[in-house]
Write a protein that binds this ligand. Structure first.
Ligand SMILES: NC(=O)C1=CN([C@@H]2O[C@H](COP(=O)(O)OP(=O)(O)OC[C@H]3O[C@@H](n4cnc5c(N)ncnc54)[C@H](OP(=O)(O)O)[C@@H]3O)[C@@H](O)[C@H]2O)C=CC1
Ligand SMILES: CC(=O)[C@@H](O)[C@H](O)COP(=O)(O)O
Ligand SMILES: [Mn+2]
Length: 378
């Protein structure tokens, strides 16, 4: 029986992970759950799964859990709680479903404890990919992708020799504003931006899809997960989100992974790999799905993707700054403080002020993250 910790259990990926687990109760024991603010849902989950530990971000949220948890479930708070959930409860598998670079330390703690990682939290790889992948390699810990595109690529590669890969083709839906011109983006609202055409996801990633930052993060995530240079990672617009990504090989063969948009498929595959199990997702009927479309990516329409490639190629702390500036800017947009198009100007401005440091250690990464956030909030 696999002992699992779910970091970010109350979010979109976290709740779907627990849904997958609850359909296979004989295979999993949930040993720890960690959340940010949603004490009510965390409490319900604690009673359903009876973990050894629950962790919540603040003392205020923790107050709502005291005296209400099942017998034998400990309560911890903040970064200490995240680390203990990741590394102190005997989990042999940790699902990293936190949103943002806040997931970095607990992911590293889980790796140091020798747990396999189911990784949804792409910001961690974008922030410190060289540290996370090196540490996982040294520990012999697998990093199993949950992000749908990376799960698709992982499945297409199927253990193939990387030298036979010509390029990765990451698909992008185009997000909430895929049919709008840049001029039409001037007055869009938060409510509009949160309407993703194909996926129901947390607020931050939904905004990232609309700005195309999400695809930029995914290009950098693919660079670290699959060890390929940026020249071999391309993005193609695919409005239907049926083809989750593709790999082109040196003999011109292109292998794709397809399915209806349902994150429980890649989540389950990351949990059961190398096996497959029946899934609750609705089967894909290509005849009913109709025509599938593919369009060239327009880097003028989507400058955030251009900036992500530039940061990726610059390397070192450039991607840390890119991610942190975006996190802060998206927070401001969601709070109604800035218009949609200011997200990209803030990222551009922060990157313009940043001199990337090569091969940074963790302290330098955290310093850059902090600096970029403060710049983005100015
Ligand atoms: N949703 C999706 O379909 C996909 C998501 N991803 C990636 O997966 C990750 C999670 O995304 P998603 O599930 O959509 O995000 P959500 O916002 O839905 O969930 C985020 C989770 O993180 C928790 N959290 C946030 N801040 C903290 C903190 N400081 N301490 C502890 N817990 C915290 C939240 O807790 P609470 O809600 O209690 O505040 C919540 O459980 C992101 O990196 C995203 O890019 C990748 C592919 C698809
Ligand atoms: C489901 C998933 O993996 C998301 O990252 C998704 O890819 C978002 O869609 P787009 O970024 O392509 O709009
Ligand atoms: Mn994705």
């Amino acid at each position: 029986m696999r002992k699992i910790a779910v970091l970010g259990s109350t979010g979109s990926i976290g709740t779907q992970t627990l849904d997958v687990i609850s359909r296979n109760p004989e295979a999993y024991e949930v040993v720890a759950l960690a959340a940010g603010t949603n004490a009510e849902l965390l409490l319900t989950q604690a009673h359903a799964f009876r973990p050894k530990l629950v962790s919540i971000a603040s003392e205020e949220a923790a107050a709502r859990l005291r005296g209400e948890l099942p017998e034998g479930t400990r309560l911890l708070i903040g970064e200490e709680g995240l680390t203990e959930a990741a590394a102190g409860c005997g989990a042999d598998y940790v699902v990293c479903a936190l949103v943002g670079a806040v997931g970095l330390r607990s992911t590293l703690a889980a790796i140091d404890a020798g747990a396999a990682i189911g990784l949804a939290n792409k910001e961690t790889l974008v922030t410190a990919g060289h540290i996370v992948t090196k540490r996982a390699g040294e520990k012999g810990v697998p990093l199993l992708p949950i992000d749908s595109e990376h799960s698709a690529i992982f499945q297409c590669l199927n253990g193939e020799d990387g030298r036979a890969v010509k390029r990765l083709l990451i698909t992008a839906s185009g997000g909430s504003f895929r049919d709008r011109t840049r001029e039409q983006l001037v007055h869009v609202t938060v409510e509009d931006a949160l309407k993703h055409p194909n996926w129901s996801m947390g607020a931050k990633i939904t905004i990232d899809s609309a700005t195309m930052v999400n695809k930029g993060l995914e290009v950098i995530e693919a660079h670290w997960l699959f060890g390929l240079p940026y020249e071999q990672i391309d993005v193609v617009l695919h409005p239907e989100s049926i083809v989750h990504s593709m790999v082109e090989f040196s003999d011109t063969s292109v292998i794709a992974q397809l399915g209806n948009p349902d994150m429980r498929v890649p989540i389950q595959y990351a949990l059961t790999y190398p096996q497959r199990r029946p899934s609750p997702a609705s089967p894909l009927d290509l005849v009913k799905a109709g025509a599938l479309h593919f369009r060239e990516m327009d880097f003028v329409r989507y400058p955030c993707l251009r900036m992500a490639y530039e940061a990726g190629r610059a390397g070192g702390t450039a991607t840390t700054a890119f991610n942190a500036a975006n996190e802060a800017a998206v927070g401001r947009f969601l709070r109604g403080e800035i218009p949609f198009l200011a997200i990209e100007s803030i990222i551009e401005s922060v990157l313009g002020k940043h001199d990337a440091i090569t091969n940074p250690d963790l302290e330098t990464i955290l310093g850059t993250d902090d600096w970029a956030r403060r710049e983005a909030l100015k």
